[in-house]
Design a protein around this ligand. Structure first.
Ligand code: GLC
Length: 442
């Protein structure tokens, strides 16, 4: 129960240690490394979704991530409060200034559709603690209703995304820098109780009050920015938390960052993807601009770079969740939007080799090729041509036809060692040559 006394006590505990909050700073690499989940696979395996409930997500392959919150105002990225050691009371002033005049989630959803995405994920609450919805459980009423926006910003997002025919994802971070207990959960038990209660309350609001939600994207399940998400399981009890989630949303996909293993794995950042096909479904997530939250567009990825990562993920059993950071008014900046549209144009031509496929039968060769398949079709995604010809190992099926999805010519022949292919240099696709093989037999 949230009694007035507890709230007051919590406020005092908060006030007692404001400067201690910012005693440390982390490099980006440290942040990502510490976010390794390392979850215990024996914890609540009964919560894992059956394959049939994961199928829509595995078929969709591509999602658009949106990092948006008060941090769009100072425009220094979503870690601004922590990185620049802004005291919670000073940071809270941003809520009054927050009045997103051009927030139009239908426009976001239309852009995601034009990008060829099948789902969106939006930060309902990041580590600064500001809730983008009407959140009675928010500690100190730090939510959209009590901000300059004066309205719930998650409800229209959920409706717009659903209306556009996309699946709806919500990102939630239990981490909240306003609570000293985040940094000292054992030393500050009362503050820790308030902190934990906020997470349980807010997640319940999000899962209960907005209709069907398709993805819950946890982040920051760790404590004091150290150890792994799983190390903090003693505190968050992620089995209990996710059981509550599934009580409201029986078919929701849950990522692994609450400390519970989750339905799929995450790989964060724009680094190249290498290695064999991964057994568990997974998602590559990165930001198209340099930060996740809004910053000026100095370093925006091209659509070709995103397509390259998409292909490298899909041939290894992965999805891509590509992030954009809308500005303080709610507008997705133009270069990020252009990159998304470029991906969409490419997917219009080549999506048949991406959507609804599964990886194989060929194992990927790093930087050279990978494969997907569906029915009797095998799709080859060729990233580079080390020689004029490309030779593939034999498979159990007989190849009866090869087609270049661009419409250009392709030469092919079967040899005792497998399939040999060649495409004239000017007919090779940018950034990938996409071929369709028809196979007979298993
Ligand atoms: C990074 C960032 C964090 C962001 C997350 C998304 O860990 O530090 O702010 O929300 O990536 O995966």
């Amino acid at each position: 129960m949230t009694t007035r006394r507890n709230v007051l006590k919590g406020a005092l505990l908060m006030a007692a240690a404001p400067s201690a909050i910012w005693a440390q700073s982390l490099t980006d690499e440290e942040k990502s490394a510490a976010k390794q989940s390392n979850a215990d696979p024996t914890l609540a395996p009964d919560l894992l979704l059956p394959e049939r409930d994961m199928a829509w997500w595995r078929d969709a392959k591509f999602g658009v991530f949106v990092h948006w919150g008060l941090y769009a105002i100072p425009a220094k990225g979503e870690w601004h409060m922590f990185n620049d050691k802004v005291p919670p009371e000073a940071y809270a002033k941003l809520a009054h200034a927050f009045n997103p005049k051009h927030y139009d989630p239908d426009a976001w959803a239309a852009l995601a559709r034009a990008a060829g995405a099948g789902y969106m994920v939006m930060t309902a609450r990041h580590h600064d603690g500001f809730a983008l919805w009407d959140s009675p459980s928010s500690y100190g009423h730090f939510d959209a209703i009590h901000s300059g926006a004066r309205r719930d910003l998650i409800a229209p997002y959920v409706k717009a995304v659903r209306r556009a025919g996309l699946r709806v994802g919500i990102y939630y971070s239990p981490l909240d820098w306003r609570f000293p207990a985040y940094f000292k959960p054992k030393e500050l038990p009362e503050n820790a109780q308030l902190f934990k209660r906020q997470t349980y309350g807010q997640v319940e609001e999000l899962m209960k009050n907005y209709g069907k939600i398709d993805v819950l994207w946890w982040d920051g399940g760790w404590l004091a920015h150290s150890g792994t998400d799983a190390d903090a399981a003693w505190f968050w009890e992620p089995d209990k938390l996710n059981r509550m989630v599934r009580g409201y949303q029986p078919k929701i996909l849950i990522n692994p960052r609450s400390g519970w293993q989750g339905d799929f794995d995450i790989s964060e950042g724009g680094a190249p993807i290498t290695g064999p096909i991964r057994a568990r479904p997974w998602e590559k997530t990165f930001s198209i601009n340099s930060a996740w939250g809004y910053t000026p567009e100095h370093n925006v990825m091209s659509w070709e770079q995103v397509v390259r990562l998409l292909v490298d993920a899909v041939v290894r059993n992965g999805n891509v969740l590509a992030n954009v950071g809308p500005d303080r008014d709610g507008v997705i900046p133009p270069k990020q939007a252009a990159t998304l549209r470029g991906v969409g144009e490419w997917l219009k031509r080549y999506g048949t080799a991406i959507y609804g496929t599964r990886p194989g039968p060929f194992q990927p060769v790093d930087n050279v090729y990978g494969a997907t398949r569906r029915g009797d079709k095998i799709f080859l995604h060729i990233l580079s041509w080390p020689n004029d010809e490309l030779s593939l190992p034999p498979i159990d099926a007989k190849i009866t036809k090869v087609r270049n999805l661009s419409g250009d010519a392709v030469d092919w022949r079967l040899t005792g060692d497998g399939l040999t292919l060649s495409v004239a240099p000017k007919a090779r696709g940018v950034p990938v040559t996409m071929l369709e093989l028809t196979a007979q037999g298993e």
